[in-house]
Design a protein around this ligand. Structure first.
Ligand code: ARG
Ligand code: GLU
Length: 708
């Protein structure tokens, strides 16, 4: 089977050159075929088997999905794990209060007893990857309708997954690549007892905050430390005091030998999603319509959160995570617009499309693909606008989103059997606890008032819900009346209501719930059916386009767009020139942290202790030229999800933690710019320095293998 799959892949892609520069996020299973030669020519010292192998422990075994959207890596034989501060942020925040403000002060467990459990956190190991294209497409005939095709594919995927994991606790995930031209199966194993071991204060871990986010030069110590626990047989287990540190198949040695411009580096992690093959119309839609709309709504939401957070410390803690989440994409969208305009991505795409149209002119399968795609984007624009506004304005009002979570329960109260019902109540009780812990009604109400009118003034009338006239005439009065009579803001009352089916039925008459369902109905009835069918057409057209592109560009190997599966990116340490007359170095140092120090600006308030260490020059073995390296940049192609990913040297030693990209190359999800697209990495020496010299948690370093 394997053999057939590989032969298929070869035929399919053609044996060929890689695409330009260091662009690309490659499938570990296919490194041997497509990349290893190129990697070794660029300085890589290991073999493909050292990265991915099912026969021996390999570097892949030291990498996990951290939580839902980040990457982490093992650095000791006692399950010690590194990831970013912003990836551990939720966990750190949940353990924080005014009395124990770990966000502000940091947290360091001085022994294993002090490590803090996190019931909602899990890590996921990858066991194996398999090309299952022919299994997935088995029985699919050319004359199938798209619906028939998809149904058979779904059925096949289900069987393949079930066959692969059997009765074990493993999980199978089959994902489409190249828009469904290929399929790969990933077998995962989840561990659920993950404890917080250490986190620097935000003034280090989030130094520069949202001001420096997505920027270079950077001085953020963006890391946090966790430990995976297992049962006594090293198997996954729910949290228990009896669990023991997990013993990994492989952990990463750490090198503090230092790095130079031009050095080979690579990243192994979980890039979430990219759109490197979308057409000119899609680029236009993104940069001229979607990003500007979404930015506009978030401007408002963020401004309101900031005004409250600046004035009150309790609120600052409660809203820290929400604010960071909202600001992050908001800023990236801005950068993407600038980058796509500067690169003339639309013009380049148009050229490629012209070439494609010519190549396809006599090929029935491809000849109308581009014009059809154009049509679909045209037809879909109003729907995209409506749903962006729905998500960004209506569904970003906390109380509305909260109410929407009760949909299933309300439905169940009528029909479902007791078992499922009890489970849903349990889930919602948890949801309620975390919701109320960080909810501030005044902020949410201001946001409601700010965002609701934006929906009405930007979305076509067809997509207005059927609710009282007052919404349009006097939204403030309308919102006031909602808050007056809703129970969703009342934690005590909510608890009582959830105890009986009558209580739950009452929720369905709640004005906030009704407000939500009125909007939801618009989407269920008018938007989703159309946009789903447009999406299906788009997927189908891209499947042909992608297949055609690969045939047309036979001399290239195109990488598959990111889809939150493990990928290898590789490149070199390199500075860049963002604009005429400016050259960026490839690294920053502790001197820069001190330069930025400003106790009056929240984002730049360097902790006293760090200043003391700086003045005493107590840098130990992390010192380079009288200071300590902090961050560096390289040409690895990364995206969201790669946060926390190990950045490795040619020998496979850990040299840093990926945490960001540089502003000037941030459009790399759509077009990678070899001149300016850079991933931003926390230098491992700064991490070790902070743990050792700042936190006095040197005992953790004893677990690690550090190469000097
Ligand atoms: N931009 C990085 C990423 O996309 C870091 C985000 C967290 N940091 C922040 N200042 N909001 O995840
Ligand atoms: N901070 C991002 C993360 O989650 C990584 C930066 C990027 O988008 O490249 O995942």
């Amino acid at each position: 089977m394997k053999k057939i799959a590989i032969v298929f892949t070869l035929l399919f892609l053609g044996l060929a050159n890689l695409s330009k520069g260091d662009e690309g996020m490659w499938i570990p299973l296919l490194i041997e075929k497509f990349n290893i030669q190129d990697m070794q020519e660029k300085g890589f010292k290991l073999s493909a088997e050292d990265i991915y192998s099912i026969n021996q422990a390999c570097i892949m075994d030291a990498i996990v999905i951290f939580g839902r959207g980040c990457t982490g890596e093992l650095v000791s034989d006692k399950g010690l794990l590194l990831t970013n501060h912003h990836c551990g942020y939720g966990a750190i925040q949940r353990h924080s209060s005014i009395e124990h403000d770990y966000l502000t002060d940091g947290f360091w467990a001085m022994n294993q007893q002090e490590e803090l459990p996190n019931p909602d956190l899990k890590v996921t190991f990858l066991n194996s990857i398999e090309d299952v294209t022919s299994k997935v497409l088995k029985g699919v005939k050319n004359n199938f309708s798209e619906k028939e095709r998809q149904e058979l594919i779904n059925e096949n995927i289900k069987t393949i997954g079930e066959d692969a994991v059997g009765e074990t606790d493993l999980k199978a995930s089959v994902k489409p690549f190249y828009y469904g031209n290929q399929y790969f199966m990933f077998i995962y194993k989840e561990y659920k007892d993950v404890r917080l071991v250490g986190a620097p204060p935000s003034a280090i871990g989030k130094f520069g905050g949202d001001t420096d986010n997505w920027m270079w030069p950077r001085h953020t110590g963006d890391f946090s430390i966790f430990r995976i626990y297992a049962d006594k047989d090293n198997n996954p287990a729910e949290y228990s005091a009896d669990n023991v540190p997990y013993k990994p198949k492989k952990f990463l040695p750490i090198s503090i030998k230092g790095l130079n411009e031009g050095d080979f580096t690579w990243v192994l992690g979980y890039p979430g999603s990219t759109n490197n093959y979308i057409t000119s119309d899609a680029i236009k839609l993104t940069k001229d319509v979607r990003n500007p709309n979404r930015i506009k709504v978030r401007d408002k939401r963020i401004e309101i959160m900031n005004s409250y957070m600046d004035a009150n410390d309790t609120i600052r803690i409660k809203y820290a995570s929400k604010n960071a989440g909202a600001s992050n994409s908001w800023k990236r969208w801005k950068g993407e617009i600038i980058g796509l305009n500067r690169l003339n991505t639309v013009e380049k795409k148009l050229e490629l499309e012209a070439q494609f149209i010519e190549w396809a002119s006599k090929k029935d399968e491809y000849k109308d693909v581009i014009s059809e795609l154009s049509k679909v984007y045209n037809e879909g624009e109003d729907y995209v606008v409506a749903s962006d506004y729905y998500w960004e304005s209506i569904k970003s009002i906390e109380i509305v989103r909260f109410a929407s979570q009760f949909d299933k329960l309300i439905e169940m109260a009528e029909t479902e059997e007791e078992d499922e019902f009890a489970k849903e109540i349990e889930r919602l009780n948890k949801t309620m606890n975390s919701f109320y812990k960080d909810y501030v009604k005044a902020i949410d109400k201001d946001i409601f008032n700010g965002l609701l009118p934006m929906y009405y003034s930007n979305v076509d009338k067809r997509f207005y819900p059927e609710i009282e006239e007052t919404v349009l005439n006097n939204s403030e009065a309308f919102i006031e009346s909602l808050y007056k009579s809703t129970v969703f803001t009342n934690q005590e009352r909510m608890k009582i209501l959830l105890e009986t089916k009558e209580g739950i039925k009452e929720l369905s008459d709640d004005p906030i719930y009704k407000f939500y369902t009125a909007f939801n109905k618009v989407f269920v009835d008018k938007v989703n059916p159309i946009s789903d069918s447009l999406n299906r057409r788009i997927q189908l057209l891209y499947r042909s386009y992608m297949k055609g592109l690969m045939k047309m560009q036979k001399d290239k190997v195109l990488f598959p767009d990111a889809n939150f599966t493990m990928r290898v990116s590789y490149g070199k340490v390199a500075g860049f020139s963002p604009r005429d007359g400016v050259e960026y170095k490839y690294y920053t140092t502790l001197d820069g942290v001190i330069e930025k120090d400003n106790p009056n600006i929240y984002d730049y308030d360097v902790p006293e202790k760090l200043k003391e260490v700086y003045i005493a020059k107590d840098f130990g073995r992390y010192e380079v030229n009288g200071t300590v390296p902090v961050c560096f940049i390289a040409t690895n192609h990364t995206t969201g999800g790669n946060s926390g990913s190990p950045v490795l040297d040619a020998e496979g030693n850990l040299i840093g933690l990926n945490f960001d990209r540089a502003w000037d190359g941030i459009m790399s999800d759509m077009e990678f710019d070899p001149e300016r697209s850079r991933n931003v990495t926390l230098d491992i020496r700064y991490l070790l320095f902070i743990v050792d010299k700042f936190a006095g948690a040197g005992h953790l370093l004893e677990e690690m293998t550090i190469i000097e």
